[in-house]
Design a protein around this ligand. Sequence first.
Ligand SMILES: Cc1cc2nc3c(=O)[nH]c(=O)nc-3n(C[C@H](O)[C@H](O)[C@H](O)COP(=O)(O)OP(=O)(O)OC[C@H]3O[C@@H](n4cnc5c(N)ncnc54)[C@H](O)[C@@H]3O)c2cc1C
Ligand code: SF4
Ligand code: SF4
Length: 400
Amino acid sequence: MMDGLKQHLIDPEICIRCNTCEATCPIGAITHDDNNYVVDAGTCNGCMDCVAPCPTGAIDNWFQVASAFSLEEQFSWQELPPRPAGPAAVDALDAEAAALIAEAHQGAGGHARAPASASKPRVNLFNRANPAMARVSGNIRVTKSGTSSEVHHIILDFGAVAFPVLEGQSIGVVPPGVDAQGRPHAMRLYSVCSARDGERPNTNNLALTVKRVAEPRADGTLFRGVASNWLCDLALGDSVPVIGPFGATFLMPDDPDADIIMVCTGTGAAPFRGFTERRRRLASSGRGRLHLFFGARTPQELPYFGPLQRLPSALLDQELVYSRLPGAPKEYVQSRMRGRGADLAALLRRATTHLYVCGLKGLEAGVEEALAEIGAAHGLDWPMLSSAMREEGRYHVETY
Ligand SMILES: Cc1cc2nc3c(=O)[nH]c(=O)nc-3n(C[C@H](O)[C@H](O)[C@H](O)COP(=O)(O)OP(=O)(O)OC[C@H]3O[C@@H](n4cnc5c(N)ncnc54)[C@H](O)[C@@H]3O)c2cc1C
Ligand code: SF4
Ligand code: SF4
């Protein structure tokens, strides 16, 4: 009997008994009887080698348990037992990524939940010790040159390696080299900006939206962010070790009737590009529409400005908002939201509406304030509604 461990379990309802995991495990931790494939908690070392090859995702279950379920118990199951409640339910095993995501989701009040209709995400298939090797197959700037905001669209091709992602998930990278203390760099997370079936349908790749961090220091020199500069400078064909995927809650609803309100600044647009592309490809007859509030200093500094102009308004209702347009007053996303207050209130009254906020830290405070005002003006109790939406997995914040 072992106490307080993360136990690796196979979901008998999803497992198709294909034997791939048993054949893959390098230390014989997986076995089966006539009923189930199971993992021996006393043998499994959590190496994850079996996770990516599993065709169904049945293998990717990790429960924090006080004492391990025995093989006999697992053989008798028709379904997994209920997940332990609260933070003990483990989805992301990588502590470094989990800490970054927990911080990025603080604006959600610590109750981040996936939308009820979201597909089940695969997480943590690759780690620092065992990354997926991708090749750069595209790297272009998506803000106008000559502006201070340099944002790149970077496509990573995984070749024959399966790296399944859902829109809204992130991947991790560790820049090469060491930090000032001589230690390996910390992992950085980047949102996937492509749809689950690739940058083009049925391609085994994903895309990122990366802003080159270059900030003037007090002494007049320029500080260059380590990972973002490395990524933005990658050449076609360069190799990139990729960790993840990560993120089990900031996911889009699969329900085609769901309206999705997306509020972002800068690279916060990345997941929403993925959402939009997914809906565009499905071309479903669902009633749901996408509603984008996207803030930048100028059109030249707004990533994907050109492609956004070409999207039909039936798919995407877009409000592009600029804070530094010459000759025009400064405007921010939250003021445009107030201007669309009646429409937003009508959307928020629907039980099928989902709200997402993504971008720089602090964005959610302004958005919350605007929504509270809109609620007061249109007879909606926003504080009550927002906590209900969080509980129901319909309100999501990711800021960094
Ligand atoms: C869930 C999540 C999703 C994300 N998605 C994206 C995304 O889609 N696109 C994107 O571009 N980013 C994204 N990020 C942010 C990304 O992970 C990185 O934090 C970002 O690219 C900066 O990393 P860097 O290594 O370039 O900068 P770092 O080297 O880590 O520096 C970061 C900051 O530290 C400060 N700093 C550090 N050292 C110094 C110094 N010596 N002097 C002055 N200032 C200093 C600077 O203010 C700088 O901006 C995401 C983050 C999270 C948590
Ligand atoms: S690889 Fe996945 S689907 Fe196949 S037996 Fe193992 S758990 Fe089941
Ligand atoms: S995580 Fe590693 S040790 Fe555990 S069952 Fe899978 S392959 Fe075997």
